[in-house]
Design a protein around this ligand. Structure first.
Ligand code: DAT
Ligand code: MG
Length: 151
């Protein structure tokens, strides 16, 4: 498809805190089209590739531990200007600097627990959707690990 798409991922803290519906609702209400969705536990190698630009940062090991710590919700959203618009809906990386009304501004306080990811360019949107949404072998198929996560 030549229509712009972005990869939105609800991170483990967002899933564990019960914010999945709230976060999806914001993109639905804005008017974007949900094109794909799955629950998934990100393996370490994919997490390292996803955040490869940050591999030399001191917080990188903790970032990988966090993103692989529990189920995430992987989504493809489509619409005109969806990449930049989704970044606005999500808000600044540091939730304390994110404006009220944004997802991070309303729902988070820590940079290391900022509940949601959104692609930073149309090319990265396409690439991340390919890695996270279009790889059936990586789909989380067993319910038990999810229930254990919450108990
Ligand atoms: P964004 O998620 O807003 O695109 P980013 O791509 O710069 O931000 O960083 C990816 C993630 O890495 C971010 O959502 C949280 C984590 N991160 C970034 N900077 C950090 C920092 N200074 N301390 C801890 N975690 C950080
Ligand atoms: Mg980023």
């Amino acid at each position: 498809s030549s229509v712009e798409q972005t990869y939105i991922m609800i991170k483990p803290d967002g899933v564990q805190r019960g914010l999945v519906g709230e976060i999806i609702s914001r993109f639905e209400k804005k008017g974007f089209l949900l094109k794909g969705l799955k629950l998934f536990q990100c393996p370490k190698d994919l997490a390292q590739e996803h955040y490869k630009d940050l591999k030399d940062k001191p917080f990188f090991p903790k970032l990988i531990d966090y993103i692989t710590s529990g189920p995430v919700v992987c989504m493809a959203w489509e619409g005109d200007g969806v990449v930049a618009s989704a970044r606005k809906l999500i808000g600044a990386t540091n939730p304390l600097q994110a404006e009220p009304g944004t997802i991070r501004g309303d729902l988070a306080i820590q940079t290391g627990r900022n509940v949601v990811h959104g692609s930073d360019s149309p090319d990265n949107g396409k690439r991340e959707i390919g890695k996270f949404c279009n790889s059936p072998v990586r789909c989380l198929s067993a319910l038990q690990p999810i229930l254990l996560q919450h108990n």
